[in-house]
Design a protein. Structure first.
Length: 278
């Protein structure tokens, strides 16, 4: 429950920041009448995400067992790529996102009175849809590993809290150190992504595609089973497996070593153009 909550909280706050920046800029520039176009873009992005998630879930249900394992492995791999790219993109763009969005709004509004609404809808749709589709693939990967009610409830709770925080940030009633927030959640997401990547290798083995490095490194099934409270928490937070094989351990540690090396380096300075836009 904790992992879906934190991931959806971060994704929701990212989407809320985008909408909040757009709304504030329109209000400050005297173009508040265009806000309905913003909400249309948000609703269309949400609808796309819901349809994509439902479609992928229905598609997976039609596969035989072995093909279903392969499909789950592919979904998990896409989730790892999206989560990792999201972490590094936000780390790089956090300082300049406001200026870039405002420049995009100015470009959309330069289309003329007839095309302003459609251009603004398209801009907001693309920005929010990216966050939504990232969430879809992550949630599919998590739901495939958890059949209980905790994961959906955690995801819904994360979305609800992010909406409240987003509104508070927009109205000025909530103060949040976004740089620190995205740094700590970024570290957490990289740990989750490492566990998902090890799970991808497991799914590929179950699907008959990968049969190498299958020697069990250790077996703690009796000492710390995965269905125990501590085992479940460690599995969610760190990708813990009671009996991991060599390939899973190598993938997990190699991914973390490379990802953390680049993530913990000092954040790059914003580009001159982005800094000027702010």
């Amino acid at each position: 429950m904790l992992i879906p909550f934190l991931i959806m909280l971060r994704e929701g706050i990212e989407a809320a920041l985008i909408v909040g920046i757009v709304a504030s800029y329109l209000k400050q520039s005297g173009r508040g009448a265009l806000m309905p176009a913003v909400w249309v873009g948000v609703l269309l992005a949400a609808a796309l995400s819901l349809f994509a998630g439902a479609g992928l879930q229905l598609l997976a249900a039609e596969f035989p067992q072995k093909q279903q394992e392969l499909f789950e492995g592919v979904v998990g791999l896409i989730a790892v790529v999206m989560l990792t790219s999201m972490v590094f993109w936000m780390r790089k763009a956090a300082r300049s996102i406001k200026g870039e969005l405002q420049a995009s709004i100015d470009s959309a509004l330069a289309k003329g009175a007839d095309g302003q609404g459609w251009a603004l809808i398209g801009m907001v749709f693309l920005a929010v849809a990216r966050e939504g589709l990232e969430s879809v693939f992550f949630l599919l990967a998590v739901f495939q590993q958890s059949s209980g009610w905790e994961a959906p409830v955690g995801a819904l709770a994360g979305i609800a809290v992010s909406v409240v925080i987003g509104w508070g940030l927009y109205s000025g009633g909530v103060r949040l150190d976004l740089r620190r927030f995205f740094r700590f959640t970024g570290l957490f997401i990289l740990l989750v992504a490492a566990g998902l990547l090890a799970g991808v290798l497991r799914k590929l083995h179950e699907g008959g595609v990968w049969n190498h490095l299958q020697t069990v490194v250790f077996d703690m099934s009796d000492t710390l089973p995965m269905d125990s409270p501590v085992g479940a928490v460690l599995s969610g937070l760190l990708g813990y497996q009671a009996a991991p094989v060599v390939g899973e351990v190598i993938v997990y540690l190699a991914f973390l070593a490379v990802a953390l090396f680049f993530f913990l380096r000092s954040a790059p300075a914003p580009a001159p153009r982005a800094a000027a836009a702010r």
